[in-house]
Design a protein around this ligand. Structure first.
Ligand code: MG
Length: 156
């Protein structure tokens, strides 16, 4: 049994789509980044890599590499899943939390769970996603960015 932790933050800016958990969400701002800046998927990838002892996403997908510009993070997640499974691990479950003041995310979570589960070849029940505000405190509360945390449990 192995556990891994992931954390990520991206800035909210105008004229970018907001993509969380592989789902495009209608909002006035989106996340800035080299890829599609899906902060939840990035946290999950780091948790998976951490649990498998495979480093972090910066090592595997450098943001200086043009092949990752604008890429869907689900494609990167698929590659991380391949690396984890190549080491002989199976995903037991993962749990995560998105920290965002706006927009309200609850109604989008079922589709995020489906997309992530399909990408990882597991059941939606194994992919838990929670959302919280930070009570208007800090960069999240000021709507300057969105943060995400994830933990993953791997079985050998
Ligand atoms: Mg990131």
């Amino acid at each position: 049994m192995r556990v891994g932790l992931g954390y990520d933050v991206h800035a909210l800016v105008e004229d970018r789509p907001l993509i969380l958990g592989g789902v495009e969400i209608s909002h006035t701002k989106g996340l800035l980044g080299h890829s599609d800046a899906d902060v939840l998927v990035h946290a999950i990838m780091d948790a998976l890599l951490g649990a498998a002892g495979l480093g972090d996403i910066g090592q595997h997908f450098p943001d200086t590499d043009p092949q990752y510009k604008g890429i869907s993070s689900l494609e990167l997640l698929k590659e991380v899943d391949r690396l984890v499974k190549a080491k002989g691990y199976l995903i037991g479950n993962l749990d995560s939390v998105i920290m965002a003041e706006q927009p309200k995310l609850m109604s989008h979570i079922p589709l995020m769970r489906e997309r992530l589960a399909a990408t990882l070849d597991i059941l939606p029940d194994q992919v838990n996603i929670k959302a919280t505000t930070t009570e208007k405190l800090g960069f999240v509360g000021r709507e300057e960015g969105i943060a995400a945390q994830a933990v993953v449990y791997l079985i050998y």
